[in-house]
Design a protein around this ligand. Structure first.
Ligand code: ADP
Ligand code: MG
Length: 503
């Protein structure tokens, strides 16, 4: 059953949206949060077969004891600092009790009333250059649950499935959950704010190097809370929480959808149920999940098996000194240095390709050329294959490819073929050009012979060129390029044609 939607603009004439985001970041430490099992959120172990990265603790076996991972704690503190937060002086872990087959202990170790980081603020930037400060309520450490795969149903959900598989590799993966304060006053910018907020969190954790930050792999997961209040009101409406929206575009769409759905219900005199909702990428809709009360009875209590974390102020200051530039400041700096328009830069930023372009420029490419490769051919191939562009080729190879073009060794068409070879792991651009024989023909004699042959085959065109209709040369260039299997420099071919035609 499809919900009725109100037109987005009409919804905003009647209601003010309130937003809130919970973003889970999987840390990429080598081991898990409280056990010494390898961490599948670390690139090196990402492809491990199910249930191979597990220990007695991850399985909740009796007698196993948790030990906090100091690398993960440092990552969490750095993240807290990058979010402008205060860092707690004594932070107890807490048990959040619930039963589910992906949670063998029957409780999740989290932080409750004593989070590692709290009271922060991050700056985000909208496409038109306006900035918005997002207030952060808290960022706390917790562990991930295992992963269930429901098999046999149409939707991949538990409803209608024939059986379910469980993989405990993810059980105990270190997480930081970042929770915003309610965001009011977003108005029509609400969807874009949602998207840019998640983009900034992604860029912060990437800059810190503490997470692989691949949304499509679930390294970064966003739950989007949305409610509406009648225009002019200050009392928040009932919110829904759309779970695990796994791309920037989906975050934007899910928020827009919820605003339109809730507005229709409220305008028709209905009321919103406080519930979790699931985002469906294919239909662009959300559907109801479980009803959620404010007092979810998780029976939180202090974790008795671990001492509180008491990060020293020296450690906090040391980590603060190591913080990278804030994403929005970095964007502004790079946009100026590279001379990109706001739109050009936005495309790179949204695609998560700032690092790739920066590294390509460092490797010697002109910014415009670096952008052209990453935003053009590489993004196109990445879309086709459903993988991130920056996993296809290294910035060094992209820079080398462009150097071969600049040197006239290959033309654009050959460069695309060379890139194909690079992506297929055939070696560096130079090696691919050598192995595939892609270099343009620079043998003047061969070019002149090909031009003469093409002119002889098209005497009418030759006559036109001699008559001054130089644009007719296109047909001859085409014939020469074909004869040379594309491996000629078109500009040089044109020059030779003019010479031979006596122009
Ligand atoms: P829960 O555990 O129920 O998900 P959290 O406190 O972890 O609650 O997160 C709730 C999120 O929703 C926070 O980002 C909070 O700022 C936001 N929020 C709270 N009330 C509202 C509301 N009425 N409308 C939209 N967002 C809200
Ligand atoms: Mg929550």
């Amino acid at each position: 059953m499809n919900a009725k939607l109100m037109d987005f603009e009409a919804a905003l004439e009647q209601f003010d949206p309130v937003l809130g985001f919970e973003v889970h970041v999987e840390l990429n430490t080598r081991t898990k949060m409280f056990s010494s099992s390898p961490n599948p959120a670390n690139e090196e172990f990402a492809d491990a077969p199910p249930n191979t990265l597990i220990s007695p603790l991850d399985l909740g076996l009796p007698g196993s004891m948790p030990v906090p991972n100091s690398a993960a704690v440092k990552s969490a503190i750095s993240l807290g600092l990058a979010l402008g937060c205060e860092i707690g002086t004594s932070c107890r872990f807490a048990r959040k009790n619930y039963y589910y087959p992906d949670l063998p202990k029957n409780y999740q170790i989290s932080q409750y009333d004593e989070p590692i980081a709290f009271e922060g603020e991050v700056e985000i930037e909208l496409p038109d250059g306006r900035t918005v400060d997002i207030a952060i309520e808290r960022a706390h450490i917790e562990e991930d649950a295992g992963k269930l795969t429901h098999v046999g149903g149409a939707t991949g959900r538990i409803q209608g499935a024939e059986y379910s598989l469980v993989d405990y590799n993810r059980a105990g993966v270190p997480l930081v959950e970042i929770v915003t304060k309610p965001i009011v006053g977003a108005g029509a910018d609400a969807p874009e704010i949602a998207k840019q907020y998640v983009a900034v969190i992604r860029d912060i954790v990437r800059g810190l190097g503490i997470s692989e930050a691949r949304m499509e792999r679930g390294n970064l997961r966003c739950d989007a809370n949305v409610s509406l209040m009648p225009k002019g009101s200050t009392e928040f409406g009932t919110r829904t929480e759309t779970k695990n929206v796994n791309s920037l575009r989906s975050v934007e769409r899910a928020v827009k959808y919820e605003i339109q759905r809730q507005a229709r219900i409220l305008a028709d005199g209905g009321s919103i149920t406080q519930e979790t909702r699931h985002w469906h990428e294919d239909t662009g809709r959300t559907s109801a999940g479980r009803v959620k009360s404010d007092a979810d009875d998780y029976r939180y209590f202090p974790e008795p098996d671990m001492l509180p974390l008491t990060p020293s102020r020296e450690l906090v200051e040391e980590l603060r000194a190591g913080l990278p530039e804030q994403p929005v400041a970095r964007r502004r700096r790079l946009r100026g240095e590279w001379g990109f328009t706001a739109l050009e830069f936005q495309d790179i930023a949204n695609a998560g390709l700032i690092d790739a372009v920066e590294a390509t420029v460092s490797a010697g490419a002109a910014p415009a050329a670096a952008r052209k490769w990453w935003n053009g051919e590489l993004s196109r191939i990445a879309n086709e294959r459903g993988v991130p562009a920056d996993t296809l080729a290294s910035p060094e190879h992209v820079a080398q490819l462009q150097q071969l073009v600049d040197a006239g060794t290959i033309n654009d068409r050959l460069a695309r073929q060379a890139l194909e070879g690079v992506i297929a792991d055939e070696g560096s651009p130079q090696e691919v050009v050598d192995a595939r024989g892609l270099a343009v023909v620079s043998d003047e004699g061969a070019l002149v012979a090909a031009v003469d042959e093409a002119l002889a085959a098209q005497p009418d065109v030759l006559a036109k060129i001699q008559d001054g209709k130089v644009q007719a040369a296109g047909a001859v260039i085409g014939a020469v390029m074909k004869a040379m299997r594309g491996q000629a420099d078109a500009a040089r071919v044109r020059e030779i044609i003019m010479e031979r035609a006596g122009r």
